[in-house]
Write a protein that binds this ligand. Structure first.
Ligand code: C2E
Ligand code: CA
Ligand code: CA
Length: 562
């Protein structure tokens, strides 16, 4: 059908070269063969093909008459003239398709189409887009793409009076893994997390890596009915360990969420609010999910203030930080004497007043500032203990808390060793308190670090025992000298049989494996009596004394400093 001949309607004869028009037609036909684009014409009413050149016939080879392009050309009438980019499934090519209504040679209404192959251009564009919208490391979409998509989802939700949610995820203590195991393992972890997030049903195409260890998941209107399940599935992803360099690693995350358009109609505002909520989750002790509320906003200002003030306070010689001491009492000795103290930091900020450790320590860990601050406590508390030891209290010990972030510093053993040398404290009078949740991250590494610290002669206490993760294993694997039972077990000691049994069991266990027990949070005489009957060794709590400033501690517990 590749010709432009038409029938003479009246005579039924074909018009041949005698007609001068025929010359034009045949020239036109040649031209159309040579234009370098496919050309197609069809009857506007019947859809009958009126003309196609060789290139066009090549595209619509027999047997390929289906797919988007074919549909577009043969089934529909485009109305006015225009241009579209259309995909042809058969040869996996893209075409620029120009079309226009024309009057055909015989006067009927027709459409003419020309097609240019633009596959190369499209592939190139896709590549560019990949660079622009993809995260190179994880293969997830990136921040730019997140912003583009979110803006679309907000519009969609607004129009349909629906609701969507932005989830902002930040890994907890990713720094530890990255610095502890090396960046290549940090990268592997990020990829594995990205892969698992993409498999959560309902958000397969709406996971983004925002940079570093931050991810965003958009729950669009269409998946909103699954929101609770999606959040559950995401948390599940982080409840299992990742296998890295021969062992299991747990990596939890903190998550903040905002609803759109309820909490904001603007992309940046929403992401910021989700980030604020995420930070609240961090501050609340990590590994949790916090929904954004209006009240969270004022917290944000506070966070920035706190961050700046804390940096200033560490730079300007730690004057705003003060170490308080809480006595630790030996129940089994005559007269229940004080055996030393736990050093607990206090921050009295010139700008913000008193900030409790529960508020600033998580931020200090997040910012890495816990290292210099913790080091300051280590050195100052050791120095003070050495002073007590030298002036009439040779057996007094000091306990210093060490957060996981500190423990995973590559040179932690050297840091502790130099604190010993700098202050001259006898190693056996220094106890480092570590929490048990840390142990799960990397047992082998933890064991190494703690063993090396112990080789210096220092004692190690397992803090907050009974909260957190599977505990007894760690006691077996790490050579603790003291187990500190968390104060949640003491709260209802008088009424609660379970608490009493728990403590009894721990006391027994401790005897078997020759470890000291210290019970924290003893507040009442009744609790004190019960514990004394159970043959508990050490106790600590408001019943004896709250943590107090150095001078006050010394007045009461080292009255005879010589
Ligand atoms: P922690 O190590 O479990 O310290 C015990 C906490 O219980 C202290 O809170 C102490 O004041 C409180 N406490 C003691 N006895 C009682 C009692 O009878 N009743 C009640 N209700 N509470 C009692 P604080 O001083 O607010 O410290 C909170 C946490 O901050 C500590 O928990 C510790 O994890 C962390 N922390 C404190 N100082 C440091 C430090 O120098 N370095 C690090 N890394 N963490 C620290
Ligand atoms: Ca402690
Ligand atoms: Ca504790």
């Amino acid at each position: 059908m590749g010709d432009l001949r038409v029938n003479n309607q009246e005579s039924g004869e074909e018009i041949h070269n005698a007609d001068p028009c025929e010359n034009i037609r045949s020239s036109l036909e040649k031209i159309l063969e040579l234009v370098g684009s496919a050309v197609y014409a069809k009857d506007a009413k019947t859809g009958e093909m009126l003309y196609s050149n060789a290139l066009m016939r090549d595209i619509f080879k027999p047997g390929t008459e289906k797919g988007t392009l074919y549909q577009f050309i043969t089934r529909e009438n485009p109305g006015q003239s225009g241009v579209s980019e259309v995909f042809h499934e058969f040869d996996q090519s893209w075409y620029d398709l120009h079309y226009a209504p024309v009057k055909w040679l015989d006067g009927r209404e027709a459409y003419i189409y020309t097609l240019y192959d633009i596959t190369e251009k499209m592939l190139y564009q896709k590549k560019v887009e990949q660079h622009t919208y993809y995260d190179f490391l994880t293969g997830l979409y990136n921040r730019l793409c997140c912003e583009r998509d979110l803006s679309r989802y907000i519009d969609e939700a607004k129009k349909a009076h629906g609701e969507g949610v932005v989830l902002f995820l930040d890994l907890d203590d990713f720094k530890n893994i990255n610095e502890g195991l090396g960046h290549q393992y940090g990268d592997i972890l990020l990829k594995a997390i990205a892969h698992s997030l993409q498999r959560v049903r309902g958000v397969e195409d709406t996971c983004y890596r925002m940079g570093g260890d931050e991810f965003v998941v958009i729950v669009p209107m269409a998946s909103h009915h699954r929101l609770e399940d999606i959040i559950y599935d995401i948390r599940e992803v982080f409840s299992r360990p990742w296998y890295l360099r021969g062992s299991d690693y747990y990596c939890t995350m903190s998550m903040g969420s905002v609803s759109f358009p309820k909490d904001g109609e603007n992309v940046h505002e929403l992401i910021k609010k989700a980030d604020i909520a995420m930070y609240e989750a961090k501050k609340g002790g990590k590994n949790r999910h916090v929904k954004y509320t209006k009240g969270t906003d004022s917290q944000q200002g506070k966070r920035l203030d706190m961050e700046k003030n804390m940096r200033d306070a560490t730079i300007s010689g730690y004057r705003e930080f003060e170490i308080y001491y809480q006595p630790i009492i030996d129940l089994r000795k005559e007269g229940t004497p004080c055996t030393g103290a736990e050093a607990l930091i206090r921050w009295n900020s010139a700008e913000m007043g008193f900030v409790p450790p529960s508020e600033f320590i998580p931020l200090a860990e997040y910012l890495g500032l816990i290292n210099p601050i913790g080091n300051h406590v280590l050195v100052e508390a050791s120095r003070r203990c050495k002073y007590w030891n030298d002036h009439g209290y040779p057996d007094y010990k000091v306990n210093v808390n060490l957060s996981v972030v500190q423990l995973l510093q590559p040179d932690i053993v050297r840091i502790v060793d130099s604190a010993l040398r700098e202050t001259g404290i006898k190693p056996e009078n220094l106890t480092l308190e570590v929490t048990e949740s840390l142990a799960i991250n990397d047992m082998e590494r933890m064991k190494d670090i703690l063993n090396n610290i112990k080789k210096l002669g220092i004692r190690i206490a397992l803090d907050d025992f009974g909260t957190g993760y599977s505990s007894l294993n760690h006691i077996r694997e790490i050579p603790f000298d003291v187990i500190k039972v968390d104060r949640t077990f003491i709260k209802d000691l008088e009424k609660d049989a379970y608490s009493r049994s728990f403590i009894k069991m721990v006391v027994q266990l401790a005897e078997e494996i020759d470890v000291n027990i210290c019970i924290e949070g003893v507040e009442t005489k009744e609790q004190y009596r019960i514990l004394a009957d159970m043959n508990v060794g050490l106790i600590q709590g408001y019943y004896f004394s709250k943590p107090v400033p150095e001078a006050e501690f010394e007045k009461k517990y080292t009255p005879e400093l010589t």
